[in-house]
Design a protein around this ligand. Sequence first.
Ligand SMILES: Nc1nc2c(ncn2[C@@H]2O[C@H](COP(=O)(O)OP(=O)(O)OP(=O)(O)O)[C@@H](O)[C@H]2O)c(=O)[nH]1
Length: 298
Amino acid sequence: MIPLTLLTGFLGAGKTTLLNRVLSESHGSRMAVIVNEFGEVGIDGTLVEGAQGGVVELANGCLCCATRGQLLVAIHAVLQVAPPPDAILIETSGLADPFPVLSELAHSSLVEAVQVDGVITVVDAENFDRNLDSAEAAFQQITAADILLVNKTDLVELDIPGLIERGIRVLNPSARVLPCISGDVPLSVLIGARTSEKPLPTETKHGHDNFESTVLDASLPFDPKRLEKWLGALPCDVFRTKGFVRVTPHRNRVTVSAVGTRYWLSPAESSNAVDRLIVIGQNLDRAKLQAGLDACRE
Ligand SMILES: Nc1nc2c(ncn2[C@@H]2O[C@H](COP(=O)(O)OP(=O)(O)OP(=O)(O)O)[C@@H](O)[C@H]2O)c(=O)[nH]1
């Protein structure tokens, strides 16, 4: 049986950051990674580095609904690669309810081949309350977890992780809770994380709480100062922005990542990425967002 880990957590909580950390530390182990994105265009597949067992990207819909059938196809495909991977890690979209995914794994033709090794949920310490207030999926991600990583503790006051842990305990008393920065926890903690077989709900209330995604064209170079100003003033309904753009003066490609109005720009590793931004949020005004971005051009 090949161990399968489900990595979940709300939009921008730090799942890909943790995944890359795990991959960089899991020397010698062939890990296959399946990444799922809510938006129609996948970015995470480009941002995942070093999966020796391969990376499969499932974009255009959430694993817990639209892309459901595709997950089994993807796992079967991963298992057919020779030699088969030592472990499989699935990063769900930030809006995924993990329970339907677990239920599908439990009832599928895969029960003889893979075994759920644990559900790891990354919690964004800076946006804990907001995320829980905005989406049912944020509750389900906490409830389903074997391990909860309270991430981004560098961005909050010292007493906040403790308060978050108390809140988590109400929803999930049995999980292990660990505070961290950039998913920095020992790999040994994440392996074999399953604490107990949680009963799967017979019915799940499903929906994405009016979340939607849109793609903004970013094909011309930007003035970095204007871009930063725009990112730092995005409307409050924008939860997550990510993608690639080119910036002046040398037209270097950078990775853009923003959670709410907190943003990160870093040199892009990938040379074959497309210059565009994916925006995920509620009540998105695409025309206004594109106009705002266009105004940041050089
Ligand atoms: N300051 C700080 N930044 C962090 C930490 N963890 C992650 N980040 C940053 O937060 C942003 C989002 O992190 P990701 O790992 O992409 O989050 P994600 O959960 O994969 O996001 P989605 O899959 O798009 O929902 C990135 O720009 C990270 O560099 C942390 O502990 N502290």
